[in-house]
Ligand binder design. Structure first.
Ligand code: MTE
Ligand code: MO
Length: 242
């Protein structure tokens, strides 16, 4: 199986090493990672009971973004039927429509997007509501330590510690590249975790659940770091890990 000619195969193969080392996937692991080459996608897809197609390559008009989805098809949600629920260890569970999210103060961040496999899109604007604002509105209960994110693709999930989730550079994003987030990029609402590799930025966000502990997300169950700081995780740490 030669999947190294796939667009995502050109990145630094750190993910492979991580996955190989941690999971002993052998030949299949050569293609494993949040870059979804065909080979591993079918391998992991089979393991997860998902359709093995996912990666379709470069997104048009996107400055180099690749399209990723671990689900073979994702429904469209919009003004009428989009809902973001906030629940779990909170005093005031809630549900937001797009208009509700837009009515809240919006923050704008312009950073480099960095996929763990090496591709990068410099200076990409994201706008949305700070996650910390939604958490404060919900009233996080004592004993809560983490936040779990779920998606209306029915497959992907992510997580952050509460401390990470409260950072000012973590957004529930409504806009990307100065436009409403389109379906391919995870619209109408995706998570944007600016300081971490892009797999943390869950597309098609539909649920925010405050929990007592971190539950590893989709890719993290296959060996990627839960704490996915850019440049300091997934085997990219320069300093020895004492
Ligand atoms: N729901 C969902 N979110 C996801 C993914 C996915 O497959 N499903 N892939 C992740 C990965 S590995 C990357 S690099 C980015 C890609 O975002 P893009 O498709 O907008 O380029 O989305 C992240 N969020
Ligand atoms: Mo990725």
């Amino acid at each position: 199986m030669d999947t190294t000619s796939e667009p995502e195969g050109r990145g630094t193969p750190v993910g492979r090493r991580v996955v190989l080392g941690m999971l002993g996937l052998g030949a299949a692991g050569v293609a494993a990672g949040p870059f979804l080459q065909r080979g591993v996608d079918s391998f992991l897809g089979a393991a997860a009971g998902k359709d093995p197609t996912g990666l379709t390559g470069l997104l048009p008009g996107g400055g180099g973004f690749r399209y990723y989805s671990v689900a073979d098809s994702v429904p469209h949600r919009g003004e009428a039927d989009y809902r973001l629920t906030v629940d779990g260890l909170v005093d005031r569970p809630g549900s937001y429509r797009l208009a509700d999210l837009r009515a809240l103060p919006q923050d704008r961040l312009v950073r480099d997007v960095q996929c763990v496999t090496g591709w990068r899109v410099p200076r990409t604007p994201f706008e949305g509501v700070r996650l910390s604002r939604l958490l404060d509105a919900a009233g996080v209960r004592p004993g809560a330590h983490a936040v779990r994110f779920t998606c209306f693709d029915g497959a992907y999930s992510e997580s952050l510690t509460l401390e990470q989730a409260r950072r000012p550079d973590v957004l529930v994003a409504l806009r990307m590249q100065d436009a409403a987030i389109g379906h391919a990029h995870g619209g109408p609402v995706r998570l944007y975790v600016a300081p971490m590799y892009f797999y943390k930025s869950a597309k098609w966000l539909s649920g925010i659940t405050v929990t007592d502990r971190v539950r590893p997300g989709y890719w993290e169950q296959y060996g990627y770091d839960v704490d996915a700081w850019v440049g300091r995780s997934n085997g990219r740490d320069d300093a020895p890990t004492a």
